[in-house]
Ligand binder design. Structure first.
Ligand code: SAM
Ligand code: SF4
Length: 463
């Protein structure tokens, strides 16, 4: 359908040539130049079975990730403001027919309270998430929520980038959403396989495959530069799904000159009274999941890859190495749940799906540094107007590191000084010193000056 050419994707998946190890190795070698891959080459890499070739794929994805993103990992947290929903997606606990879910919509005060809790944890980026409801999750309400969240200020600590994951809007509403100063508009197609989509979405506006498929066109046409796509792995064959996702990315790049800012790779998690989630039709195992991330990294090297707390702590660390650039940390998926205690039995009766990683932000930060990754709370690009094609141009020039490294270090130092536990500080300060010593020339000077300003009490220091 449209730019998702199912027939072509099926042909690729049945093409014997794409199982040939030499063809796969040639594609890996080409990908090492960080210039991307075609759909055909991506299909070949998804077919890899041999452990040696797979290893080669992972090594190359790691190299490309390091060239573009270094060891930085951007952190964020989702904020759910309603679990009311008029749709009936068979994998989601928020679906209309789940009568056991306790429904809740946060008031503006409650949203602000949740956001304050996140600010006090040290978060600087929030992803605002909601069920779809024409009277509750309206663009005007979302706008008011955004205004309230952006106003929070705790000694110079605040939310500096608000991304939004809500149902597709029309052009007018996208324009309004843009006017509230959002960062990325995110919406997942869930599955690019038309028949599967029809089976999974049985009621409500989300049954309209096409309206969702072209949501990003409308968002971009309304002036939103950064859009995030994704699919929910487990609903259909993962090779088809990845090629669908990449077709979408290539299409946006061809049509608008810039591909998606981010790609998300949620995997189906257990969810209350959600038949497709409790028994995923196409379960994706960990090794295939790692392969998916590596192939996306090589196919679209400059697109951020987001991994959520759906995955376990152990697996997430392994996935960082092959291409993930953004992660959520300390997340909850029930409205109002940051206020509630972690073990509150009530949380599961409100939440969208169960989480695999229950660590706090502080623990995630500590574990990342112990693994050699630099947690970054940077939000500079979009506030310095480096969005859409301007961001991509910078990313493709070798200059991105000159900006990102000092920004990551200054925001990480802010976090360490203001929010880290003593246990985290012990590990992280040592890591931080080593990172500074790795820098050279101008970047070292810049980073040094910015860190000094942070240590002197200045906040929100960025390039
Ligand atoms: N309701 C809107 C929608 O569906 O686009 C906005 C956000 S929805 C709450 C966020 C995402 O959660 C969905 O796009 C879907 O990919 C994901 N999701 C739903 N059920 C899930 C499950 N059981 N496991 C993992 N992710 C799930
Ligand atoms: Fe509603 Fe979104 Fe869940 Fe579907 S995935 S039931 S639209 S909240």
């Amino acid at each position: 359908m449209y730019f998702i050419d199912e027939k072509y994707i099926e042909t690729l998946l049945q093409d014997d040539k794409l199982h040939d190890e030499q063809f796969q190795l040639d594609a890996i070698s080409k990908a090492s130049e960080a210039k991307g891959l075609t759909l055909e080459e991506s299909a070949a890499l998804l077919n890899i079975d041999s452990p040696e070739v797979l290893n080669e794929l992972f090594i190359t994805a790691k190299k490309v990730k390091e060239i573009i993103y270094g060891n930085r990992l951007v952190l964020f947290a989702p904020l759910y403001f309603t679990n009311h929903c008029v749709n009936n997606c068979l994998y989601c606990a928020f679906r209309k027919d789940n009568h056991d879910l306790k429904r809740k919509t946060l008031s503006l005060d409650e949203i602000e309270e949740e956001a304050r809790i996140l600010v006090h944890q040290g978060q600087k980026r929030i992803l605002l998430v909601a069920g779809e409801h024409p009277k509750i999750s309206t663009v005007d309400f979302i706008g008011k929520a955004i205004e309230r969240i952006y106003k929070i200020d705790f000694n110079g600590n605040n939310i500096r980038r608000l991304n939004v994951n809500v149902a597709p809007l029309n052009l007018e509403d996208f324009k309004k959403l843009k006017s509230y100063g959002i960062g990325t508009y995110q919406c997942f197609q869930e599955t690019y396989h038309y028949e599967t989509y029809k089976k999974m979405h049985i009621e409500g506006p989300k049954t309209d495959f096409e309206w969702r498929l072209f949501a990003m066109d409308r968002a971009i046409q309304s002036g939103i530069d950064d859009v995030g796509i994704g699919s929910l792995f487990g609903l259909t064959d993962y090779k088809f799904e990845t090629l669908g996702l990449l077709s979408h990315a290539f299409y946006l790049e061809t049509k608008f000159g810039t591909g998606p800012h981010t790609i998300s790779v949620p995997r189906l998690e257990p969810a209350l009274n959600a038949p497709a989630a409790m028994n995923p039709p196409y379960l994706v195992n960990d090794i295939s999941f790692k392969k998916i991330i590596a192939v996306i990294r090589l196919a679209v090297p400059y697109t951020g890859i987001i991994l959520s707390t759906r995955e376990s702590a152990e697996l997430r660390s392994d996935l960082f190495s092959v291409g993930v650039s953004q992660i959520s940390a300390g997340s909850r998926t029930a409205p109002g749940s940051y206020k509630e205690t972690r073990d509150s039995s009530d949380e599961h009766t409100h939440e969208q799906f169960q989480l695999g990683d229950h660590r706090s932000l502080d623990e995630v930060v500590r574990d990342c540094t112990a693994l050699g990754y630099m947690p970054s709370f940077c939000t500079a690009c979009y506030r310095s107007n480096r969005t859409g094609d301007r961001f991509m141009e910078l990313a493709k020039s070798a200059n991105i590191g000159k900006i990102c490294v000092p920004n990551a270090m200054a925001t990480f130092k802010e976090y360490l000084n203001d929010f880290a536990s003593s246990e985290t500080k012990d590990i992280a300060y040592e890591f931080f010193e080593k990172e500074i010593n790795r820098l050279e020339g101008n970047i070292r000077n810049k980073a040094g000056q910015m860190i000094e300003r942070v240590d002197n009490g200045e906040r929100d220091v960025y390039l």
